[in-house]
Write a protein that binds this ligand. Structure first.
Ligand code: GLV
Ligand code: GLV
Length: 384
């Protein structure tokens, strides 16, 4: 192993595998897992983001596996370099993987992991936070206080929207979308209309069960319906939250014409990926419709914002914090290290959605989540 370049920290120098991690990750357990699997771990410990060429340079020589960030592009150049360096494992420190060219990784025989399960409720809670913050003008109120403008309670100061018993629209009801839907429906007794290419029967059953519970107490039940089209959902919903994956079919899913179909007082929330919304069109729409509100955790050209966005009072902005709790970020690091270590140790893929067995005590001998496992012929653990 050559000498370390500036900015890199080496752990477990004597390890027989070399693993490159492009950013320091929270907690210690992930490093213990990689060290325990015989890996020397090189971690980029500075605050800047590594560029595509710097990543290739870091891999160069011998490298068995990498953990990378959602802010980096992992494509042909990186996977060809990893293959040439003798590598077989990459894990994205994220559940989303639109920054990763899985085709190219697969063609080089490299397993690609992600870190699902530990950020479901965490990200849903951020979507809930943005929903209420936007509907109830929390950021505007905060700025008002800090500017010393509060002169006493007023009947018409910063009026917002009540969400109780209104209609919730959720686009994409995978893990996070379904968790968000349940929080809002069960908390605020909202009626749900969702759009997804596949039906979510488990979610429908939960909401039907909750509806029966309400009915048994003499309250009006809540309803749940799968919309045939996005437009149909947008026309009905008082709140719309986006939880779809980003790919070519969902880029600019919400554009100027669809924004025009939404209620004028609607709240639009995005904790998924910025390019799902045409952000320039959103700026124009929010400017023209002061009663419309948006809560955004993600941006089209992250970390930049389209011109005018930050000047709008009816928009609440946070810097991609969906999964940002200590528990979740440490859990993601554990899952990422187990994915890489598992591939290097020849472990099979975990067949369940439940990631809790990996988080406490001795983890199962399996890779928690490998996206191209079947295409690479990685077997599945069949122990339950
Ligand atoms: C965060 O955005 C993630 O995909 O994990
Ligand atoms: C509001 O603060 C109220 O007491 O009605």
């Amino acid at each position: 192993m050559g000498s370390l370049s500036e900015g890199w920290t080496l752990y477990n120098a004597g390890g027989r595998h070399r693993v490159v991690v492009t950013r320091q990750l929270p907690g210690r357990r992930w490093l213990e897992i990689l060290s325990g699997a015989g890996c020397a771990v090189e971690v980029y410990s500075r605050d800047e983001h590594l560029g595509a060429e710097e990543i290739v340079a870091a891999i160069d020589g011998r490298c068995d596996g990498c953990i990378g960030q959602l802010t980096e592009l992992w494509g042909e150049a990186q996977f060809a370099a990893l293959k040439a360096a003798g590598g077989s494992a990459y894990c994205n420190y994220a559940v989303g993987h639109d920054n990763v060219d899985i085709e190219s990784a697969t063609s080089h025989g490299i397993a690609v992991g992600n870190t699902p399960g530990v950020l479901t409720e965490t990200t849903a809670e951020m979507a809930v936070s943005l929903t209420f913050a936007a509907a109830r003008r929390v950021a505007e109120g905060d700025a008002f206080m800090r500017r010393g403008l509060f002169r006493g309670w007023l009947p018409d100061l910063l009026l917002g929207e009540l969400l109780w018993r209104k209609t919730l629209g959720v686009i994409g009801v995978g893990r996070v979308g379904a968790a968000y839907a349940r929080m809002m429906v069960e908390g605020q007794k909202m009626d749900l209309v969702y759009y997804d290419v596949v039906r979510n029967e488990a979610l429908e059953e939960c909401i039907a069960g909750y509806g029966s519970y309400l009915a048994s107490r003499g309250e009006r039940p809540v309803s749940c319906r799968r919309a045939d089209t996005v437009v149909e959902l947008l026309r009905e919903a008082d709140v719309v939250s986006l939880h779809a994956c980003l790919d070519e079919s969902t880029r600019h899913l919400i554009d100027a014409s669809l924004l025009g179909q939404m209620k004028q007082s609607a709240v639009l929330v995005n904790t998924s990926r910025g390019p799902l919304i045409d952000e320039e069109a959103l700026v124009a729409h929010c400017r023209a419709n002061p009663g419309f509100k948006a809560g955004l955790d993600v941006f089209e050209d992250e970390p930049d914002m389209k011109p005018g966005l930050s000047e709008l009072e009816n928009v609440v902005l946070v810097p991609h914090l969906g999964s940002a709790t200590t528990w979740t970020r440490e859990g993601m690091a554990v899952l990422a290290s187990l994915n890489v270590a598992g591939v290097l140790l020849g472990y099979p893929a975990w067949p369940h959605d439940d990631m809790r067995p990996f988080l406490v005590g001795r983890p199962p001998e399996a890779c928690p989540s490998i996206l191209n496992a079947s295409r690479l012929g990685i077997s599945t653990l069949n122990d339950r």
